[in-house]
Write a protein that binds this ligand. Structure first.
Ligand code: FPP
Length: 245
């Protein structure tokens, strides 16, 4: 088991997590799926606090995808209720740890209660600057890219942007993630090895880390293991090893 002292100072600035396996965790234990999601929120709290302590500056969690709207209504309602309760209960954790809450996704689609609560916590924590916690809610990378292309096209049509001046920065400025740096480390739990429409543009150079652990079982030790593994890798960004040294 890795402990904090084994990590070096190369802490990934931006960690993104696909929290997967709540349903399987519940099924294995003979519980309803909702119990898996409830226990998933405990893993969220532990991970948020650990990241803040280790010095991760940006943590982005895939809490609800555009595709998750297709789940049974009861499950969607449960996830939205858990979100509202977590926001109500965890504001003190955010304030205590000086964490700013942020959200990305098509937030208009969230039920009014969830959206109002979310915007309230975002407002109350906006001056915190130790870490930014971003919840991806009703988020899908393709939807984000379509929105981006549409917004840039309108600017081109109105003469605000010239087409040959479109570059990476222009695209970044129109993404939901405009205030976030690129992802350094992407973690997915539960043994699945896919990206599932999460931050496709933003993970271009991210290190990918897959673990068999189901999300409700994801503890600080699992996070440290992922970061330790990240620190052993050489990130070349297209260069040679010799150029880096
Ligand atoms: C994946 O498990 C998880 C989700 C769809 C949602 C993640 C939500 C939480 C951790 C709880 C609420 C979050 C916050 C931020 C308060 P799954 O249901 O797809 O699991 P399965 O693949 O085993 O069925």
């Amino acid at each position: 088991m890795i402990n904090k002292e084994q990590l070096n100072s190369n802490i990934p600035e931006h960690v993104a997590i696909i929290m997967d396996g709540n349903g399987r965790w519940a099924k294995k234990k003979g519980f309803f799926r909702a119990v898996g999601h409830e226990n998933g929120t405990k893993a969220v709290r532990e991970t948020v606090e650990s990241c803040a302590e280790i010095g991760v500056k940006y943590l982005t969690l895939y809490a609800f995808s555009t595709e998750n709207w297709n789940r049974p209504k009861l499950e969607v309602d449960t996830l939205m209720k858990l979100l509202v309760n977590s926001l109500k209960n965890e504001i003190k954790t955010l304030q205590k740890n000086n964490i700013k809450l942020n959200a990305i996704g098509n937030l208009k689609l969230l039920p009014t209660k969830a959206r109002t609560e979310l915007l309230e916590v975002i407002e109350k924590t906006k001056s915190n600057d130790h870490m930014t916690l971003t919840l991806a809610l009703s988020y899908g990378s393709r939807e984000e890219l379509i929105k981006t292309i549409e917004e840039i096209s309108i600017k081109v049509k109105n003469g605000v942007i010239s087409p040959h001046l479109i570059n990476e920065s222009v695209i970044n400025e129109h993404l939901y993630t405009k205030n976030l740096p690129d992802v350094d480390l992407l973690i997915r739990t539960s043994g699945e090895q896919r990206i599932s429409n999460f931050l496709l543009w933003q993970i271009a150079y991210a290190e990918l880390y897959f673990t068999e652990v189901l999300w409700p079982d994801f503890k600080e030790a699992d996070l440290l293991e992922a970061i330790f593994n990240y620190q052993k890798r050489e990130r070349r960004f297209g260069k040679t090893s010799e150029q880096l040294s």
